[in-house]
Design a protein around this ligand. Structure first.
Ligand code: ACM
Length: 640
């Protein structure tokens, strides 16, 4: 069984029940009727449209649920699959949604008919807050993509979509009071957002809106320079990185606008929580940031309480006199989380779940939202090329994690993965997200003891296949289509695959910063809002599971086929030369050719070595298979 997240308890039994046509009892509310309909459509995509010979009874017994989900809702369920019958019992409708997600993942093909293995499942989430933040600003993300994301979030039992709606590069919310703030082209109307919230609520997913204040507000100041402090702003920024300006908390007009805008958001988003950002504020020299920010944050907490909302903010807002009702989203390491907890704040932990860092799934999976379990980034060879940057940032951040004079008593509400979109467009979002998010969803839902990385990868590959059949995540197809758009034939694109499937993007912020050291300023950064994201680097998945398959392979004949593919790809790159999309791969293609020669030598029992250059980035690309080969050659692993 390839469930992801794994349930709390599962007892497999002998036998399979074919499923094609459901006779459903008990799905008598609009939400449950719609959910069963979604399940049936999923079944049809996963099962491949088989004719409906096999009937199965689906009995649902559930308590009611409110119109919109809320933090701490009961999401438990029990499910029993036996011959010709599936029973779901849940204290509230939310549990039925989670059970149907499990059921959709249980469907497999056994010979011809789609079927479900007999089993009993008793399941409940570990954490109440299992979130995903999407930055809708650095690149605009369409409502259609957000809805599709909600559909897939339901499949992995995620229950909070946090929408980052404003930043230096844009303001996406079109309200009534300050329409001049909203981007004229890429913005969401209140009705579009209400529709999105309905879509989410039907799937048991909360939507938490964020307007990021007082920093990250160049887009506000482009329309209202008089609200600002710091660097003068004349236009919405096109560059990335922290900007040296912020809203002036001493400006009555600015504070009135903030209060009005959050009031308008409260009319659109019913969720009990609203996020006011608070991260990375910079002030002109001579201004006292701590005092200013403390007063501002307390005022923001008052505004949101006045609207009946629980405030949420990034961890920079932690300060002794901040009301303990503010939920802290810790993004600068476990130190920030622990500081919040010591101070008595409830916390959502995000630091280890930044999907834009391009880390492999197991690095995220190793980190626990509530304990010190985690990966050793300082020693992991896959991030050695960015070690200086990783360590420098974590040193800077840990300086902040001093004592909080607090009373303790804060709780970890859960975790939230973050997808910042400097290098993500609408088209690229699925690949950047679902390549690794299923593993993180498991960390947020399943018991803490579920930690077997090998088993996680086995199920991650299987779930990627399912996402392929749902037309959500199919990186090879995306790459092929991109290459063919640039004029390559299908055969050319196919011939490049042995190279492309071995490539990964450099890790951490190395692409954004143009290297592996922190501190590159806007002008030195290679990317801004207008840089096209249409190269191979943008279409390869952050982690290559093909590399893992090579690493696990010990069959000499299969390895020789791989050697042939790695040799032939170089000829293919030469044949396609003259096209920029391929030319930038010439160097790394040659390196893979050299690795093919070395692997061949190894298979023939001769000495083999991985050249140092193969372990280094080639521009923005890395060849992680070089690490596996270095280990293989040093161990002289035998072949069969
Ligand atoms: C953040 O990543 N600046 C919250």
């Amino acid at each position: 069984m390839n469930l992801m997240p794994l349930p709390r308890e599962m007892r497999p039994r002998d036998g399979h029940t074919p499923v094609a046509r459901l006779e459903t009892k008990g799905a008598d509310t609009p939400r449950l009727t719609a959910a069963v309909g979604r399940f049936e459509r999923r079944l049809a995509s996963i099962a491949g449209g088989d004719s409906a010979h096999h009937r199965v009874r689906l009995d649902i017994v559930s308590g009611p649920a409110s119109e919109h989900p809320a933090l701490g809702d009961d999401e438990r369920y029990r499910m029993d699959v036996s011959a010709g019958r599936i029973c779901i019992e849940a204290p509230a409708e939310w549990g039925v949604l989670r059970a149907l997600a499990t059921l959709a993942q249980l469907v497999c093909r056994n010979g011809q008919a789609p079927c479900v293995a007999h089993c009993e499942i008793d399941d409940a989430p570990r954490f109440a807050w299992r979130g995903l933040m999407i930055d809708t600003v650095r690149h605009s993300i369409s409502i259609g993509t957000l809805k599709r994301t909600l559909d897939v979030m339901e499949f992995y039992k995620l229950n909070v979509l946090h929408l980052h709606l404003s930043d230096d590069q844009g303001f996406r919310f079109l309200g009534d009071a300050y329409p001049e703030l909203a981007d004229p082209r890429d913005r969401y109307t209140a009705d579009e957002l209400r529709d999105l919230v309905r879509h989410a609520s039907a799937r048991g997913i909360r939507v938490v809106p964020e307007l990021d204040v007082p920093g990250h507000t160049s887009s506000w100041l482009a329309a209202h320079p008089e609200w600002g402090l710091g660097e003068p702003v004349s236009a919405v920024s096109r560059r990335f990185g922290v900007h040296a300006c912020c809203l002036d908390p001493g400006s009555r007009d600015a504070m009135r606008a903030v209060a009005t805008l959050f009031g308008e958001l409260a009319q659109v988003f019913p969720d009990t929580h609203a996020h006011f950002g608070g991260d990375e504020v910079t002030l002109p020299a001579g201004r006292d940031l701590r005092t200013m920010q403390a007063a501002f944050n307390t005022r923001m907490a008052d505004i949101l309480h006045g609207l009946g909302r629980t405030p949420v903010a990034w961890d920079e807002v932690i300060q002794p006199d901040l009301p303990r009702s503010v939920v802290i989203q810790s993004w600068r390491g476990a130190g920030a989380r622990d500081r919040a907890l010591r101070g008595g704040f409830d916390t959502v932990h995000s630091a280890p779940y930044y999907l834009d860092l391009m880390y492999p799934a197991d690095l995220h999976y190793a980190f626990d939202p509530a304990t010190d379990a985690g990966a050793d980034l300082a020693r992991d060879p896959r991030v050695a090329h960015v070690r200086d940057g990783v360590l420098a940032l974590s040193r800077t951040w840990s300086l902040e994690s001093g004592d909080m004079n607090g009373v303790g008593g804060g709780r970890v509400l859960g975790g939230e993965a973050c997808l910042w979109t400097e290098l993500v467009t609408d088209e690229l979002l699925d690949s950047r997200l679902w390549s690794r998010m299923p593993a993180i969803a498991e960390r947020f839902w399943s018991p803490a003891e579920v930690r077997d990385t090998g088993d996680m990868y086995r199920r991650l590959e299987a779930t990627h296949e399912t996402l392929g059949s749902l037309e959500v995540f199919d990186p090879a197809k995306g790459l092929r289509e991109r290459l063919m758009r640039s004029g390559l034939s299908r055969e050319d694109a196919h011939g490049l695959m042995p190279l492309l499937e071995m490539l990964e993007p450099v890790k951490w912020y190395a692409r954004l910063l143009g290297g592996s050291k922190p501190g590159a300023t806007g002008a030195e950064r290679p990317y801004d809002v207008d840089t096209p994201l249409d190269r191979v680097i943008d279409f390869i998945p952050p982690e290559s599971l093909a590399v893992r398959r090579v690493a696990d392979l010990h069959d000499a004949d299969r390895l020789r086929e791989i050697v042939d593919g790695w040799r032939n790809q170089r000829d293919q790159v030469v044949r396609c030369s003259g096209r920029a999309i391929v030319d930038e791969l010439a160097g790394i293609s040659t390196t893979l050719f050299v690795l093919a020669e070395q692997l061949d030598a190894h298979l023939c029992g001769r000495d083999a070595r991985v050249p140092d250059a193969a372990l280094e980035p080639h521009g923005e690309y890395v060849l992680p298979v070089a690490l596996h080969l270095a280990e293989r050659f040093s161990q002289r692993v035998g072949c069969t």
